[in-house]
Structure formats: C-alpha cells, structure tokens
Design a protein around this ligand. Structure first.
Ligand code: T46
Length: 134
C-alpha cells in the first residue's frame, strides 16, 4: 500500500544533509514539488486517491499522520523526521491528519497537477477498487 523511505543522512558537526535525486532515493522521475504548512489545529487534508500519480511525502518539520486505504485495508503512519518519506501510490485513498503547528509537509510528485487524476468521492473510489467485488 505504501513504502517507507529512510533517506541517508550526511551528518557532521554542522548538522544534517539529505540528498534526493530522480529515480534514486525517489522511485520515479520528479515532475513537481509542493508543500503544505500552516494547517490549523484539527484540520485534515487529502481525502482522495490518484488514478495514476505516484508521490513521496516527507514531513520536513514537525509531524503529521497519514491514513492510507486501498479499499480493503487501512493503515496509519506518522511522519516525524525530515529524513523519512512515504510513497503515496496510485489508487490509494489518503487523508492527512494531526498536523503539528510547526509542520512543513513536502510532496514530490511524478506528474504535473491534473484535477482529472483525482478521485475525490470515496464511494467512487470503492467502486473502482477491484476488492469490492471479492
Ligand atoms: C495529494 C496530497 C498529499 C494546484 O493548483 N496545484 C497543485 O499542484 C496542487 C497539489 C494543488 N493545487 C490546488 C488544487 C486545490 O484547489 O490547490 C488546492 C488545494 O489542493 P487539495 O485540496 O487537493 O490539497 P490536499 O492537501 O487535500 O492534497 C494535496 C494534493 O492536492 C494531493 O495531490 O496527494 O496533498
């Protein structure tokens, strides 16, 4: 449903540095980066799946939880280190919750923004997942 990524830290007396390159630390060609911060307390985001887009999310500062749902199983993971990432795969419903006040949520995406790639209706998502007919 997702892959956890533990980016290599280059640490010396000046602090830490993480390197992210196309098709290396990130398992695709990077087309877009966006980031989210200033999420008010108690506000959740996401609530959609992507048809084709693959992404990697990193909480550069602070923490947040992501709920993943593939139509059959649900998992919640916490991102709370700037050297940890998680893939957001196509056809996985995701909801971001519990953003800390200092959170900076960075997303690296395999494609340009395309609203037609979003499935924002949960019932439609469930219909489109093959698990429903099992
Ligand atoms: C995702 C999760 C993790 C754009 O115009 N261009 C963009 O590249 C993006 C990402 C968004 N927008 C517009 C679309 C909406 O009018 O910005 C507005 C907020 O987007 P949205 O409500 O989709 O934001 P989130 O936080 O619910 O979801 C975002 C990404 O959109 C989504 O792809 O997987 O973060």
């Amino acid at each position: 449903m997702y892959e956890l990524l533990d980016f290599k830290k280059i640490t010396d007396e000046r602090g830490n540095l993480v390197v992210i390159e196309n098709n290396k630390e990130i398992p695709f060609e990077i087309q877009r980066i966006y980031y989210i911060w200033g999420t008010p307390d108690g506000v959740d985001r996401g609530f959609h799946a992507h048809r084709q887009l693959t992404q990697v999310a990193i909480c550069l500062s602070g923490s947040c939880d992501i709920l993943f749902d593939n139509g059959k199983d649900k998992k919640v993971i916490t991102l709370n280190r700037p050297n940890y990432g998680v893939t957001i795969e196509p056809m996985v419903w995701h909801e971001m919750r519990n953003f800390s006040e200092d959170s900076i949520f960075l997303v690296i995406a395999s494609g340009k923004y395309d609203e037609s790639d979003y499935i924002r209706d949960f019932e439609e998502f469930i219909k489109l997942t093959s698990f429903q007919s099992e």
